[in-house]
Design a protein around this ligand. Sequence first.
Ligand SMILES: NC(=O)c1ccc[n+]([C@@H]2O[C@H](COP(=O)([O-])OP(=O)(O)OC[C@H]3O[C@@H](n4cnc5c(N)ncnc54)[C@H](O)[C@@H]3O)[C@@H](O)[C@H]2O)c1
Length: 296
Amino acid sequence: MNPFYLHKIAIVGVGLIGGSFALALKRAGVVATVAGWDADGDNLCLAHQLQVIDERSTSLKGAVSGAELVMLAVPVGKMADVAIEVLPYMDQGAVLTDSGSVKQCILEAVEPLAQAAGVNFVAGHPISGTERSGASAAFAELYQGKRCILTPSEQTDAAALRKVEQAWQSAGCEVVTMDVLKHDRILAAISHLPHMIAYSLVNSVSSYDRYEENILDYSAGGFRDFTRIASSDPVMWRDIALNNRQSLLEMIDQFGRFLSELKKDIEQEDGERLYEFFLRSKLSRDAILHPSVRDK
Ligand SMILES: NC(=O)c1ccc[n+]([C@@H]2O[C@H](COP(=O)([O-])OP(=O)(O)OC[C@H]3O[C@@H](n4cnc5c(N)ncnc54)[C@H](O)[C@@H]3O)[C@@H](O)[C@H]2O)c1
């Protein structure tokens, strides 16, 4: 039997990420009871109907009291306010964690609040998701074989960190710990910038007005693959953009420099430079899929 076992956990924000965490832990058999709370009553009912959570509490207090681990899986911009609501009801010594896509703002806001309430906070971020939202989007395999980044501070309690690490490992993740600023910079590059580009691409193509018809109707595989993430929840992405502003602006500038370089080469009909540009990109992209090529 897995020696890691939780008698009660609570998920606050039972959407894709919180719901999938609950389902994954239940499937792993490491939790007895999952309580849930959500600002959207219909979504909370649905989560209960779909057995994403075992208990549909009638109050936030009922959901989190007695829980050894509370997961905040609400939009980034709501994390601190929700922590303020949750902490008074949590047991002393219990563990509070989160799944927010930006970490520094959450760590800075929530850690002191948790310390004052006698609760151990561990900041985390699973690197896995889809463009769908809500309890109906949750599935137990979401984290299988994926990474989860934890960003402990000097104040983070070692036992609490271990507990959150074990929970994510039980959900199927490889867990890595990382400096919080490094996390935000890396995520700005590999996740936040691509979302900004996908949103911009869809807007720029859909507002192209040379013809009366909507040219998006002609879009096929390439455009649709490239822009899948532009179907992601706008609230979530507004919050991420505003809360990882510095790192994201740095990456938008970096991207702008490359786009300008491309524009210049096309204007100047510089085929050699264009070929070099595309080849360099192709080799980097191929190496993501086949890392052994890069290592050679
Ligand atoms: N979707 C992804 O790909 C992904 C990946 C990793 C991390 N994250 C992060 O995880 C968090 C949750 O994202 P998600 O994709 O599960 O979103 P989601 O919209 O599927 O779920 C969020 C849930 O939080 C609820 N909620 C909002 N405000 C609340 C409040 N004040 N109190 C209680 N519940 C509230 C919503 O009703 C919703 O059910 C976000 O912080 C996001 O940045 C998302």
